[in-house]
Design a protein around this ligand. Sequence first.
Ligand code: SAH
Length: 349
Amino acid sequence: MRSFYDQPLTSLERYCAGARLPQIHARNLFRNAYKALRADPEQDERLPRALTAAFARDFSLPLPRVVEAHRSAYDHSVKLLLELSDGLRVESVIMPESQRLTLCISSQVGCAQACVFCHTGRMGLTRNLTAGEIVGQVVLADLWLAAHPDWPSVERRVGNVVFMGMGEPLDNVDAVADALSILTDPYGLALGLRRISVSTAGHLEGIERLVALVPNVRLALSVHSVDEQKRSKIMPINRRWPLASVISRLKELRPEGNGIPVMLQYTMIKGVNDSVEEAARLVELMRGLEAKVNLIPLNPIDPTRLVAPSPETIQAFRDVLHAAGVRVMVRYSKGQDIAAACGQLVVRA
Ligand code: SAH
């Protein structure tokens, strides 16, 4: 038995060809599952018996189960706690914004990267998610929204996806690439690649592999410090792939003016990475790179003593970037009251 949700359209087309069924049915299966959100072919009388019988024999439809849905009273974000078929749990977060609806999804159960300021990092890595478990998070969010028409949000379907939940997506490149294929397929969820961001702590090998598979993928890079020594302390991955090496490769892949900006994420930590000197160094470092910067005030996680800088310090840092012509936004994390903010996702197995 294969999971339907693991299959890009091309593999379903190959399956149909192998089963001597017209390939057009692959599209029909995709449309049902991702547009109508009704994956079971039995429910579609227009499909031939031969197809539904073969499908029932060869495919399962294992969506994760929504165990809990925590709704934020402040910003209308919703954290979905999902149980996978082996009982492990992950989280995704629905984030309504003024014009659009973004879903933050997980790519692994836990994470191997152990960034000191991130709660998920403390769990260690349990396993990678499959492509189907990644895609399933989007399907479940769409189903949740359909079942809760009263929930305030301009959009009723997920319009943007960020791989910024649990896990390091570039430690799981094959599943992420298949998931991107399904998410962007016009017969599938039909999200433009521009609407999806894959965020990495700086996994250079993973960047190479993903860009080879999906050349125009939008990458986000967690920078958090431009000082190599300091960065190695807060992000152990920096010892393997120093920031300078990651940025210089990104400048080749995404040179200034190429129109596919890298989103540089900078989690601001009081007294650690918040000086205006460091802001000036960031400006220098990103010269020649097509990039934007998001400043994210740290969401404190126990038991570290790390906290966010004052709003004035954040503003001063922002002003240095802004004055240098850098596109910069200060992003306050959503879902703080439901432990759904950046770095707060953690589950007990
Ligand atoms: N592993 C990927 C994606 C997951 S984290 C990565 O590192 O990019 C998504 C973003 O949240 C990253 O930029 C991460 O550094 C940031 N983050 C983690 N913990 C945080 C915290 N406590 N406060 C604010 N941002 C945090």
